[in-house]
Ligand binder design. Sequence first.
Ligand code: HEC
Length: 110
Amino acid sequence: MTSHLRPLALILTSLSVSTAQAQMTPEQMQLLGHNCLQCHAAANTGAPLLGDIQDWQARMQKGREQILKNSIEGIGGMPPMGYCSACTQEDMQVLIDFMLGDAKEVGHDN
Ligand code: HEC
């Protein structure tokens, strides 16, 4: 349901405040908007939502490396590379760091 999509500009504006540590280029910002938010900013796609710290915090239990690997290879409803054919692995890392926001890696010693 596209009606669940919040305007992209609104999401990015509200998030850029709390995630100032994520160094995203304008290009990566576009990759995010074009490839990830259709699921990660939409309710009922099963995707953890941007800004939903609790959901991301729970995922962090498996560690940042594993999350990156899952995103590149695909996991459940998450397509390999999130359908982002223009994304490099480095882009993915930055986008994922951005999505993770304030979630912290717990109980993982890397
Ligand atoms: C077609 C919808 C869709 C698109 C597009 C999509 N995702 Fe996902 N993503 C999902 C779903 C659904 C999950 C939850 C998968 C699960 O845990 O079963 C997910 C999970 C994730 C996770 C967590 C992986 C883990 O190990 O828990 C990350 C990180 C992620 N996506 C990043 C991205 C990025 C970055 C993009 C854009 C390049 C993207 N996604 C595009 C649907 C999508």
